[in-house]
Design a protein around this ligand. Structure first.
Ligand code: DP6
Length: 345
């Protein structure tokens, strides 16, 4: 007999960035972070988890290719989910002992892997959700986010749709380092995201090793973590509650700049943004200048691609302008965001 469950998880793009670990093994961060979920159908990871007595070992198939399951991130997720299933089985002897069986995970993305589009976030969120569904676990998304966090930090935020935050927590065992929903997608239905794909190639420095080096060598970083981010987290939650786009946009752009400044302050420096990324920054500035108010906000993760947030009512001012302003810039390809859908996990 084969037991099976399928699910999808959305990509999330942080507007207050996670950058730095205080515990690399448990993936405990040095600051809280906040993200917006991109719930377009082409920006999700689809995952099927199955288990059977006839499977001989755990196996992970990622975009059609067998992947390593022995890494500590995947192992931590498997171990914790099996332990929760075991608890259920111990309390009800009629349940099949799925916790004893090998797992088969089949996962695929519809967007470039490792292009700075946070594929690990959607990937681990979908993996955890799929196994939790397979095991029929009663745990809440917030509880499950602690497991996804151990797969990849940013993955904990993809257990929720819409606006979601990751509270850094303070417990050494990570029990209070989890994601929570700030607002559902439907709360601010006018919000849109547009991705400017500069390069779908694998990034140079992985976020994991990049942030470790920043923590070790950057002097700017200490101020970011102690002063800048805590104040911004509060302001950002407020801006979302008030649907105040201008404040949301300014905080988003400032936090992206601050994160990339700490990358530049890392020794040796890390460059994620390139000339084309900087052209996108200028383009957004021009768009805002021409509109006479802030109608667009850029943000960049650990790669050169820009994500631009705007409101649907300003779509003509933003998305249309990009084609014109970037016409001379080679290498740009716009992926227009579709209508942001309600809910979704
Ligand atoms: C720049 O979550 O990929 O996208 O925890 O080591 O897997 P690990 O790192 P990861 O880092 C994401 C960094 C970021 C900012 C963010 O998503 O908050």
């Amino acid at each position: 007999e084969v037991y099976r469950a399928s699910t999808t998880a959305p990509v999330n793009i942080a507007v207050i960035k996670y950058w730095g670990k205080r515990d690399a093994k448990l993936n405990l961060p040095t600051n809280s972070s906040l993200s917006v979920t991109l719930s377009q159908s082409d920006l999700r990871t689809h995952t099927t988890a199955s288990c059977s007595r006839s499977f001989t070992h755990d196996i992970l198939i990622l975009n059609g290719k067998e992947d390593d399951v022995s890494g500590h991130r995947t192992q931590s997720c498997f171990r914790e989910l099996r332990a929760l299933r075991k608890e259920l089985e111990d309390s009800d002897s009629k349940l099949p002992t799925l916790s004893q069986q090998s797992l088969k995970i089949v996962s695929s993305n519809n967007f470039p892997t490792a292009a700075g589009l946070a594929s690990s976030a959607a990937g681990f969120a979908a993996l955890v959700r799929a196994i939790a569904d397979l095991y029929q676990l009663p745990q809440s998304p917030a509880e499950l986010s602690k497991i996804a966090r151990q797969g990849s930090g940013s993955a904990c935020r993809s257990l929720f749709g819409g606006y979601s935050a990751w509270a850094m927590g303070s417990a050494p065992d990570g029990s209070d380092s989890l994601a929570y929903e700030v607002a559902p997608q439907s709360y601010w239905p006018d919000m849109r995201a547009c991705i400017l794909v500069v390069s779908a190639e694998k990034k140079g420095v992985s976020s994991t090793s990049g942030m470790q080096l920043t923590v070790k060598t950057s002097t700017l970083f200490a101020e970011r973590v102690r002063e800048t981010v805590p104040a911004r987290m509060r302001a950002m939650e407020q801006a979302i509650k008030e649907k105040d786009f201008e404040t949301f946009a300014e905080l988003t752009m400032r936090d992206s700049n601050s994160f990339h400044a700490t990358c530049l302050d890392t020794y040796p420096p890390i460059f994620y943004m390139g000339d084309t990324s900087r052209a996108a920054v200028r383009a957004v500035e021009k768009i805002n200048e021409a509109a006479g108010r802030t109608v667009a906000a850029y943000t960049f993760d650990a790669g050169p691609n820009a994500v631009v947030y705007y409101q649907e009512k300003d779509e003509a001012l933003v998305a249309g302008q990009f084609k014109e302003l970037l016409a001379e810039t080679q290498g740009w390809e716009t992926e227009r965001g579709q209508r942001v859908q309600e809910g979704g996990k």
